[in-house]
Write a protein that binds this ligand. Structure first.
Ligand SMILES: [Zn+2]
Ligand SMILES: [Zn+2]
Length: 307
């Protein structure tokens, strides 16, 4: 039934970090992350139990994929021995189609009532090697869930844009931008991406209706971003964006007088704030740089998936 299908897909969320994207059960969320786009890892939990571990690196084409599998299995074995677990590994389970990549899945049996699955993949286009290890509980449709999860892997940019998705904040940036900073708090998720002196900042804030009820969108933004706006006298424009009420702030680069250091160069600012009523969230797309590229900013702002 198509209804069933739609219901099922609503229970899954996209997580995307450093160019590695996956569809995961909705209650799994980011617990920790490490490294960068070249070599790194992240892990998701369901509030209690570690559910998914993801690690990536680039290994040149000279190393055969079979050799990578051997290394991967040896590492799993070492870790199990250390944790004193007796785990048997069944190869090629689940059977996942992986067009465009060399890959193999593994079922890890034993150890506890939790079922484990792992996958190793190397992309033929970008050479990125990704290792996944997922844990499912009794009663979950494990093998099916594992194959959905593993089959959803993406590991490189599309049309020059890299997708980031975490805690419902979902957007893309041009691939030359690297991770700069994150603020992952209940109620406010913020990620900053940098390239030389350019900065792209994405923000998602909960309780939108409540926060803007008295002061409006502009009032909320000026208060919440007071520190950020201190050095600017932006032009303000109201507009509709993604069919939501929005406000835009723009101020060119310039010089600001500062105590002691006298004059300091200030980046230009291009910033759009909108209220997504459907999800009751406020979104901010911010671009800072010595030259303001309207085109790049639009691409970034339009890439947000807000509802
Ligand atoms: Zn790839
Ligand atoms: Zn929306």
């Amino acid at each position: 039934m198509p209804g069933d299908c739609a219901k099922k897909s609503r229970k899954w969320n996209t997580i995307a970090w450093q160019g590695v994207g996956l569809k995961v059960p909705r209650d799994w969320s980011m617990r920790r992350f490490d490294g960068d786009a070249r070599k790194g890892s992240f892990a998701l939990d369901d509030g209690e139990l570690l559910r998914l571990q993801v690690a990536w690196e680039y290994v040149g084409k000279r190393v055969r994929f079979e050799r990578l599998v051997e290394r991967f299995l040896a590492k799993l074995k070492r870790r199990n021995r250390r944790e004193k677990k007796e785990i048997e590994c069944r190869r090629k389970v689940p059977d996942v189609k992986m067009p465009g990549r060399e890959g193999e899945c593994f079922e890890l049996i034993g150890g506890s009532a939790h079922a484990g699955y792992a996958m190793l993949s190397r992309c033929k286009r970008c050479d990125r090697v990704v290792a996944l290890q997922a844990t499912f509980l009794p009663g979950e449709d494990r093998e099916h869930a594992a194959s959905e999860l593993f089959g959803s892997l993406t590991d490189h940019s599309t049309s020059g844009m890299v997708r980031w998705a975490v805690f419902g904040l979902d957007f893309s940036v041009p691939e030359r931008f690297a991770f700069g900073f994150s603020e992952l708090r209940a109620g406010k998720i913020s990620l900053g991406m940098v390239h030389r002196d350019l900065e792209l900042i994405a923000v998602r804030v909960s309780l939108a209706e409540l926060l803007t009820r008295d002061k409006g969108l502009d009032g909320w933004f000026r208060e919440a971003f007071r520190k950020e706006l201190k050095r600017y006298r932006p032009e303000v424009k109201s507009l509709s964006f993604k069919s939501h009420p929005a406000v835009e702030y723009r101020d060119g680069p310039g010089l600001v007088k500062q105590p002691r250091v006298r004059w300091r160069r200030r980046q230009g600012l291009l910033c759009r704030v909108w209220h997504c009523e459907a999800s009751d969230k406020l979104y901010v797309a911010e671009f800072k740089g010595p030259l303001l590229s309207r085109e790049e900013f639009e691409k970034f702002a339009r890439s947000f998936r807000c509802h």
